[in-house]
Design a protein around this ligand. Sequence first.
Ligand code: SAH
Ligand code: SF4
Length: 333
Amino acid sequence: MNLTKLEELLKNEPGFRIKQIERAVFKDFSENWNDLTNLPVKLRNLLTGKIDLSINGQIFESADSGSLKALIRLDDGILIETVLLMHKDGRNTICLSSQAGCALGCRFCKTGELGFKRNLTTEEIVLQALFFSRYLKKVNTRITNIVFMGMGEPFLNYDNFLNAVRFLNDENKFSIGQRKISVSTSGITEKIRMLADENMQINLAVSINAPDDEIRRKIMPIADKYTLDELISSIRYYIEKTNRRVMLEYVLLKEINDFPEHAEKLSKKIKGLLCFVNLIPFNGDDIGKRPLIKNINEFKKILSNNKIPFTQRYRFGDDIKAACGQLVFSKNL
Ligand code: SAH
Ligand code: SF4
């Protein structure tokens, strides 16, 4: 799909046409120009000949958890992955990729291992939501929540990410409330401050992942550029400006950051911040990195004792490699 030609094609049409078409594609999720019966036949035929509405995607279904992964082939052949999590309470959360690959190379993340291919355009980000919206329409439901937690670092593709948020939020398009949209960053502090000034209601999550700089630098090369104090100061600024609670993601890695002393140190570091910790036990084949249940429980107990609110992320879609940090450019399409 590529809609860049649309404006050119419609330049002699009345002004409302583009709105009509956007509504059909991004609100009613029509997949075929001939379904747009409110357009003149001539225009429908023109569009059918010039713009392909299909999306080249393949779905993998998890046996256990109600999650699906889509492998989408972009026009230049690059493959990206998007995940749909269908929760029992009726929420359908989609996890979007913002880049093909990632340049930041976190030691625990499969996407990072692959390196960086390129930024996704706004249309390519939106395309992922469109793909699953069409799928969900067939079972009479829709996307309710969006998280930018797929491949890539959204804040290193800031403008396209933000335009995609505006597009998804637009009431004439996907109409997904800002409060239902979350973005996760590895901690690009100047962009955290920039987002704070955008006057938006979306949710911010930050991958803090360590209680001090020394450990953080070992697992996240980006920590060489930004210290934890600098990061926390940008989060504080975000909270001051937006008055919104921030999620601090913490990937638990065996014997690296999962000891009681780490939980104590983390608690001290973030005390008083309007935040909660989201614990994510390592996902992946490397069993040596998976934290012991005993350590996870101990970690939680210490956070509780220190009155730090926390949640634990449930692991979805292991069998289809849809869990956090598992997204790669699969070759099976
Ligand atoms: N690049 C952004 C967003 C995508 S990653 C970021 O890093 O925040 C989304 C979350 O998955 C991050 O919190 C990251 O720390 C976590 N993650 C990455 N690899 C993981 C793994 N193997 N196991 C568990 N969580 C992982
Ligand atoms: Fe990139 Fe996020 Fe993976 Fe780190 S965890 S390599 S920032 S996608």
